[in-house]
Design a protein around this ligand. Structure first.
Ligand SMILES: [Zn+2]
Length: 442
């Protein structure tokens, strides 16, 4: 009988054994980086820590974190263009990618062929757990380029034996027609782009997305599939299951929502070590239900290792194990937000995801919205821009929207209503949250 798991041994390993595996792998990658990269050697020597000091998982927290800005600072130095965090001879690098640069100058990411195989192995856990099988025809509506995005998802789908259709430089209408023509059964895209495709199909082409044969969609690149109102919107529009995944150029494909949809994502703990750090105190949080930012180690990536990387993703452990039987822990609600985006408005912590949750739960509002946080005088001010769908009455929606926003975020908003299709549309990742208030981050 076909297994529910991509790797039945690792995905159901008892927790104690899993921790032993993580410790051994951490020791191995830490030693590797210490021995092969000047950048890492200097960082660890300055902190007075060596691989021999890691005797248990609780020693890991003493290893200095790596910030994105540190990686940015070594770029363009020797060996060009990666700098001295590179742990292999340049000849062994077989792939270049770079971060999208949404928070500054992009960071270059080298991978060896072994790293690249590791990428697709990590993605194989994701796709198998979401029901991808060899009979699937997978359409990838992604502009294959210098960003890693869905590249590894593409190769993992091939590795599983699926048939993969690269959507490449086709425009949105051509992609929809190709999905229709080939009866594709699955696709991978950012939630923003999936909603965009639905909009174009319905309003420009007269094709209802539910008439397409897509039965599962893997969303990544943004938190949308972890926000239940957004997920529900996509699932109903396409009559398909929507699954969340989170990965990053510097980290790898570290998490996945399985087909049991536990309202969260499993961390692939055989391949990654995830720690959650308290936003205020910096202490490591072990208990479920408490938010903090993720510090993550990719346990097997060798060219430019990712060891205790300060990802700034805000997450929390779930209380319950998932019903699927995997022993990998679940982070509740997926990636809740970015530590950079979580801001204090009038003394209240505000996460953009909470606003999206409310806006997308209103049938009369369009998918797009925009939030602008400003402090014109001494008082914080939030402007929310939404689109009213035709046939919907503003006077009916506005009071309910205000109530829900107040209930979910404890804040008041100025709300501006726009006609459908007048706010900006995004192709890959959206920039709907604009904060003009200086943030004080720990
Ligand atoms: Zn599960």
């Amino acid at each position: 009988m076909e297994s529910e798991y991509w790797n039945p041994l690792l995905e159901t390993l008892p927790r104690e054994k899993l921790k032993q595996l993580q410790l051994r792998k951490f020791q191995r990658i830490f030693t590797w980086a210490y021995d092969h990269s000047k950048f890492h050697r200097l960082l660890y020597d300055s902190a007075g820590i060596t691989p021999r000091d890691i005797q248990s998982l609780s020693d890991v927290k003493h290893v200095p974190k790596v910030e994105k800005s540190m990686m940015r600072n070594i770029q363009n130095k020797d060996p060009f263009p990666y700098g001295d965090a590179l742990c292999v001879p340049l000849e062994e690098v077989s792939a270049f990618r770079q971060t999208s640069g949404t928070t500054g100058q992009p960071v270059y990411q080298p991978d060896t062929w072994q790293d690249w195989e590791w990428w697709s192995e990590c993605w194989s856990y994701v796709l198998w757990s979401q029901g991808y099988r060899p009979r699937d025809r997978v359409f990838i509506p992604f502009g294959y380029n210098i960003f890693v995005a869905f590249w590894a998802g593409h190769y993992a789908a091939e590795k599983l034996g699926c048939e993969v259709v690269p959507g490449g430089v086709l425009d949105t209408q051509a992609r929809i027609l190709k999905i229709q023509e080939l009866k594709a059964t699955a696709m991978m895209a950012t939630p923003t782009y999936v909603l965009r495709m639905a909009e174009v199909a319905k309003h420009k082409m007269g094709i209802h997305p539910s008439s397409l044969s897509i039965d599962k969609i893997t969303c990544a690149g943004e938190p949308g599939a972890g926000i239940s109102a957004t997920k529900k919107r996509i699932e109903e529009t396409f009559d398909a299951k929507v699954y969340d995944h989170s990965g990053a150029t510097e980290i790898g494909a570290w998490s996945y929502e399985c087909s049991h949809q536990p309202f969260g994502m499993h961390v692939n703990e055989a391949m990654f070590l995830v720690e959650i750090e308290d936003l205020e105190t910096g202490e490591i949080i072990e208990e479920p239900g408490k938010q903090g930012k993720m510090v993550i180690t990719a346990l097997d990536r060798i060219a430019q290792p990712c060891i205790r990387f300060d990802s700034k993703d805000v997450i929390e452990w779930d209380k319950e194990p998932c019903t699927c039987g995997r022993t990998f822990r679940v982070i509740r609600g997926g990636v809740i937000g970015r530590a950079d985006d979580i801001t204090k408005v009038k003394g209240v912590l505000l996460s953009p995801g909470a606003i999206e949750e409310v806006v997308r739960s209103f049938d009369g509002l369009g998918d797009e919205y925009e939030v602008i946080v400003d402090r014109p005088g001494d008082v914080d001010h939030i402007l929310l821009k939404v689109e009213l769908l035709t046939g919907t009455s503003r006077s009916e929606i506005e009071p309910r929207l205000r109530d829900q926003l107040r209930l979910k975020t404890n804040l008041g908003y100025e709300i501006e209503f726009f006609e459908y299709n007048s706010l900006p549309r995004y192709k890959l990742k959206a920039r709907r949250f604009k904060c003009k208030v200086a943030l004080s981050q720990p």
